[in-house]
Design a protein around this ligand. Structure first.
Ligand SMILES: [Zn+2]
Length: 819
């Protein structure tokens, strides 16, 4: 007979924390042939400003309107702060949308008050454990960076959603074991998309507390022990004098990256090869264009049929006012010269409208012009004015100031994947590192190249490197957006997307050219904006444009091809800059109700946290850069919803552990006592202690090497997990709180009705996201049956849940409650 589970109340008890752009270098190029009138003024150069948004809804609206405000965004208690690269005109538009433009000294800063020892102790004692509590501590993390200590706390109240009145929370800490709590300070309430998340704060402290206490305004209290966030003083990989590193000497454009990848494959054929991705990009190429004939309703936007470099740039278009009256509209073509003979009325005045001229060009230019239309949303009712011959241009030869020397190849690119591994037979765990989906993010590409160099050059001499190369199968995409990256290097530094222009006529004029392209990290299938998830745009001029359909772009099709072709790929890192974050799933939600993509089960969540701590400890070891715990976790929890990102597709479709990394970002500056923000293209040398492309490349390459080690260990993991109840089976004189622990991240399947556990049994879960496992409040005698499965698929005690055998060697424990 099946017994009910109802007698086990799942109570929320306080879990004791055991937590295991720069602005473009040059002005946007302005077309020499663009007429003065119809074009939206681009007279002022874009500048970098700091902005504050009220929340995710405003972020969505602003991004949908085409503003460039991705990355470097920070959640603050009353919204989101970030940076935007905008013109003065766009600043006015932002302000009209309700966005606040911040002065240098404005904005949110973590409180520096209540430093340990400044205020008097209030001598309150540790509260006793009680089930009536409405407060849980999710994290209490201590770390130091450059000599300064910090305490980061996340705590929840079950009354957090309540708004009348809003529940406030106070945090106190002790000064070490056995000392009383004190230094009360108010925590910040974090609300996202209308949902209460938790309260949290980062505080400077001079000494590490042993415990904290959080008290809510409604009387809830929780205490918890402080954990260390990241290893203290671990030696970096790069401390070993025999270890070879520091191979990259500056930013690299895609041609340089790909050439070096091919060289590496030639130099180290026993451990490296190139896999060419099958879908060529849509190309570093553009149609040659001009806007001609007048202003407003009289303007005609003209685009060549051929790409600029394939003849489009040779074309001229002239609008001719012939002498006489009663003349029809006609088009003459002489070689590459297109002459539009404008119509005249009976009194000898010009009489062709922009719409008529556009149609004549499309149909009578001998195929030279295949796209011509009125400007933006105009109907083209104005009378077109005469114009001397205008040379069409693709604008790609107009280099931005500071662009690297050399000619950029025009046309589609084939993306090489540098595959490194001694045994590239599909039997070793594959790790995919994908850099520079976003064109302007230059440091991810150099970081990935540095890891490639370290792998091949240390293979023979360094034991750890040898292990990695022998035990993994590494796939490095040094730049997944070569067309966009070239545009970022040569034309428009702030380019984020690829170069595919999906825009209809109203956004197809050349003054929109820096706003075209698909955000490759919004073009995937899971949690897509096409399915209503937030953070991807349908506007072809938005910086988060998701594309006309899922996987519309060759660059994203390639990733799917790669993981389907190489099924051994089990780990993935999508490397971005410059947020100072490391995250995983969930990465997207439906805004109404904040419904996320499925949260990873507790096992994967723990594995992600464990891996993150290892990776980030290696980053920290290099020069004390700390990615703070508030910036680690499900990306939609710590950053924002990004619909259709690659990580969701990798994890949910293929079961790949898929990380997203925002390298760079804030670093603590002990001279000012503040965190200093990063940049997409920091000076390569810069300030080597703060923001520097070189330093970021080296420290984050350390982290990627650690990720390889995690994959190698995972591949060799034959060790079965063990799991147990805390406290264990036995006699108890009253109700007892019980939870599971395990020797490593593992999914625990359990029953309490006497049946044998199977893969269909309930899974042991987290109390809430970003919290440890749930606690069962057992009020009468209960027998638990369970088994656990680790991330590599090993099952505890070799139990086979799929078939009944006589051994039934799952785990068992009875909690006997006597009264
Ligand atoms: Zn990015």
């Amino acid at each position: 007979m099946r017994r009910t589970q109802l007698r086990i109340a799942l109570l929320v008890v306080p879990a004791l924390v055991g937590s295991t752009l720069m602005a473009p270098a040059g002005a946007e190029p302005t077309g020499s042939t663009a007429p003065p009138g119809p074009v939206r003024a681009h007279s002022d150069d874009p500048e970098l400003v700091r902005i504050q948004l009220t929340g995710a809804d405003m972020l969505d609206a602003v991004v949908a309107a085409g503003f460039d405000i991705e990355h470097g965004l920070t959640r603050v208690p009353d919204g989101i702060e970030g940076e935007a690269v905008v013109t003065a005109e766009q600043i006015a538009e932002l302000e009209a949308m309700g966005v606040e433009i911040l002065d240098d000294d404005e904005g949110f800063a973590w409180s520096e008050e209540a430093d340990g020892g400044i205020r008097a102790l209030d001598g309150r004692a540790v509260q006793t454990f009680s089930h009536e509590k409405t407060v849980r501590i999710a994290r209490a993390d201590w770390f130091t960076t450059k000599g300064q200590g910090f305490l980061y706390v996340e705590a929840r109240t079950t009354e957090g959603q309540q708004t009348n009145p809003i529940v406030t929370m106070q945090l106190e800490n002790d000064l070490g074991a056995g000392t009383p709590f004190g230094f009360a300070r108010t925590m910040s309430r974090f609300v996202d998309s209308g949902q209460y998340m938790f309260h949290r704060n980062l505080f400077k402290l001079d000494a590490r507390p042993n415990q904290i206490q959080v008290t809510s305004s409604t009387g809830g209290v929780a205490t918890g022990f402080v954990s260390n966030w990241l290893e203290e003083g671990a030696p970096p990989l790069t401390a070993d004098p025999a270890y070879k590193w520091d191979f990259v000497d500056g930013y690299k454009h895609p041609q340089q990256l790909y050439r070096r990848a091919e060289e590496i494959a030639r130099q180290y054929p026993d451990i490296a090869q190139i896999v060419y991705l099958p879908h060529r990009t849509n190309g570093y190429q553009r149609k040659a264009q001009a806007t001609i004939g007048g202003t407003g309703q009289a303007a005609v936007v003209v685009s060549s049929a051929a790409w600029g470099h394939e003849g489009g740039n040779d074309l001229t278009v002239e609008f001719v006012n012939r002498p006489g009256a009663d003349l029809p509209l006609a088009v003459e073509v002489d070689g590459t010269a297109v002459r539009v003979l404008l119509a005249k009325n009976a009194s000898g005045a010009l009489a062709s409208t922009a719409a008529q001229v556009a149609e004549a060009l499309r149909t009578q230019s001998g195929g030279l012009i295949d796209r011509a239309h009125p400007y933006r949303t105009n109907a083209g009712t104005g009378i077109v004015q005469a114009s001397t011959p205008v040379a069409l241009t693709d604008f790609l030869d107009q280099k931005r100031v500071g662009a690297p020397e050399g000619e950029v190849p025009r046309g589609p690119a084939t993306i090489p994947v540098l595959r490194i591994g001694k045994h590239r037979d599909g039997k070793k765990p594959g790790v995919l590192i994908q850099a520079q989906d976003h064109a302007r993010e230059w440091v991810p590409a150099t970081t990935t190249l540095e890891t490639a160099e370290r792998l091949v050059r240390n293979y023979k001499s360094d034991k750890e490197t040898k292990k990695i190369v022998n035990d993994t199968d590494i796939f490095l995409i040094l730049s997944n957006n070569p067309d966009g990256a070239n545009y970022s290097f040569y034309n428009f530094a702030s380019q984020r997307r690829n170069l595919t222009n999906h825009c209809p006529d109203e956004n197809a004029d050349p003054d929109r050219r820096n706003s075209w392209g698909v955000d490759l990290n919004r073009n995937y299938r899971v949690g897509s904006a096409h399915d209503g998830y937030a953070g991807g745009s349908n506007s072809c001029v938005s910086d988060t444009y998701q594309g006309p359909e899922k996987l519309s772009e060759p660059e994203s099709k390639n990733i799917i091809w790669l993981v389907e072709r190489y099924r051994n790929i089990k780990f993935m890192m999508s490397v971005h800059s410059n947020g100072g974050q490391l995250f995983w799933q969930p990465g997207a939600y439906i805004a109404d109700g904040r419904i996320t993509t499925p949260r990873p089960p507790l096992r994967d969540e723990l594995f992600y946290w464990q891996s993150a701590a290892r990776i980030l400890s290696q980053v920290k070891a290099h020069r004390e850069t700390v990615v703070t715990p508030e910036n680690v976790g499900g990306s939609s929890d710590v950053l924002y919803s990004s619909a259709g990102n690659v990580r969701e597709d990798m994890y949910h479709t293929y079961g790949i552990y898929a990380f997203g990394w925002e390298v760079g970002g804030s670093v603590y500056n002990p001279a000012t006592g503040n965190w200093q923000g990063g940049s997409f293209q920091p000076a390569w040398v810069g300030n080597p202690d703060l923001v520097s492309g070189h330093a970021e490349t080296m420290e984050y390459a350390n982290g990627i090497m650690e990720m390889f080690r995690i994959a190698a260990e995972w591949g060799k993991d034959k060790k079965k997990p063990t799991s147990w109840l805390v406290p264990g089976g036995g006699k108890y004189s009253g109700p007892v709180d019980v939870r599971f622990e395990s020797s490593e991240p593992a999914t625990i399947y359990y029953t309490t009705d006497g049946s044998r556990p199977t893969f269909d049994s309930p899974r042991y879960a987290a109390t809430e996201f970003r919290e440890p496992g749930q606690v069962f409040h057992v009020t009468e005698t209960t027998t638990f049956h369970w088994f656990s499965v680790d991330t590599a698929g090993n099952i505890e005690q070799n139990y086979d849940p799929s078939k009944k055998d006589r051994r039934n060697n799952y785990r068992k424990a009875t909690i006997k409650v006597t009264r």
